[in-house]
Ligand binder design. Structure first.
Ligand SMILES: Nc1ncnc2c1ncn2[C@@H]1O[C@H](COP(=O)(O)OP(=O)(O)OP(=O)(O)O)[C@@H](O)[C@H]1O
Ligand SMILES: [Mg+2]
Length: 311
């Protein structure tokens, strides 16, 4: 059973105490050397609050992490956390740093997109597109000893984002990690809180039937566009998977294996367990029901789309 981690006394990072990037309040803090069993000792973590209008959003990051474990895709570890402040208790997700800050360096993909594409619009990322992303990753394989298998990483991303309905995998939400041995790898899939219908208030969606939910889910799009010349056409989640699967048999097999190996029921049980955790802003039964309905339908639609990937 997960417990809430109290980070009140964790040390703030001297350079990045308050994080300048993104829409939500967050800080980089260091775990103590005696932290609980699971927590990596003396290691940086990101404490990330919910967006003010969605106070229970921080659970989404944790649910996405649970999904990633069952799917077998690389996502930094997430724990539910609190900190005591003068204004009272603040809830948030605590996310393990995904690289060693002393020996490794993470460069967000946005830096490379800006070099590649003149006048790249980094506010909307409307030129963030699959063709350039693929070319960029290929060039790291060719010239910078990239150790991550390109097609597997791409299909893991497309599958994971389709299953959680992530609309926010923009150019700052993936990147390249440079290692001391002069190789590099692609980052794990971080920043997964803008997903799983977090923006819907549960009282408004409680009565949605399957038809209404399908309509909502089918409108979901990835952040990526297919090509640079079509900045207004974000790729629908399930289309993206279909495109990847139809390009290459090994990719299709990789995706299908992940789907076949997913223990869906055990995953739902682990997500349901979060309801038991007592904290100021709990994971409610209603939030669980909504997320469960979403993932069930998404899983069904993924399977359907893959069966028809040649249509
Ligand atoms: N686990 C992590 N390890 C190392 N760096 C991280 C980690 N999580 C996030 N970062 C860095 O911090 C930046 C901001 O974090 P993140 O993307 O999670 O929040 P955000 O973009 O502000 O999200 P939101 O828009 O939902 O508020 C990322 O772009 C990335 O460079
Ligand atoms: Mg981000």
């Amino acid at each position: 059973m997960l417990v809430i981690i109290d980070v009140t006394h964790w040390e703030k990072d001297e350079h990045n105490a308050i994080f300048p990037v993104g829409a939500r309040d967050k800080e980089m803090i260091w775990s103590p050397s005696y932290a609980s069993e699971e927590i990596k000792p003396h290691w940086p973590h990101l404490f990330k609050e919910s967006i003010a209008r969605y106070p229970d959003q921080y659970w989404t990051e944790l649910v996405a992490y649970i999904v990633s474990k069952y799917l077998g895709v690389d996502v930094p570890k997430v724990y539910p956390a609190i900190k005591h402040t003068q204004e009272g208790i603040v809830c948030g997700s605590l996310i393990e740093w995904f690289y060693d800050v002393n020996t490794e360096r993470h460069i967000p993909a946005g830096s490379y997109f800006k070099k590649r594409i003149p006048d790249f619009d980094d506010k909307t990322g409307k030129e963030h597109n699959f063709i350039d992303m693929d070319a960029l990753i290929r060039s790291f394989s060719q010239y910078a000893a990239l150790s991550t298998p390109r097609l597997q990483w791409l299909s893991d991303m497309a599958l994971f984002d389709a299953l959680i309905g992530n609309t926010d995998r923009h150019q700052e939400n993936w990147g390249i990690i440079f290692l001391p041995d002069c190789t590099c790898c692609l980052s794990p899939l971080f920043d997964n809180g803008t997903s799983l219908g977090h923006e819907r208030f549960t009282e408004n969606v409680r009565d949605w039937d399957k038809h209404r939910l399908t309509d909502y889910v089918m409108r979901g799009k990835h952040h990526l566009r297919f090509k640079r010349e079509e900045p207004k056409k974000r790729i629908p989640h399930f289309e993206f998977l279909k495109i990847l699967a139809s390009k290459n048999t090994a990719t299709k097999t990789h995706i299908q294996k992940k789907i076949d190996n997913l223990d869906f029921d055990a995953m739902i049980v682990e997500i349901a367990d979060l309801i038991q955790i007592k904290t100021k802003i709990p994971f409610t039964q209603a939030r669980f029901e909504w997320i469960k309905k979403n993932i069930e339908l998404r899983f069904e639609l993924i399977q359907q789309h893959l069966r028809h990937d040649n249509d």
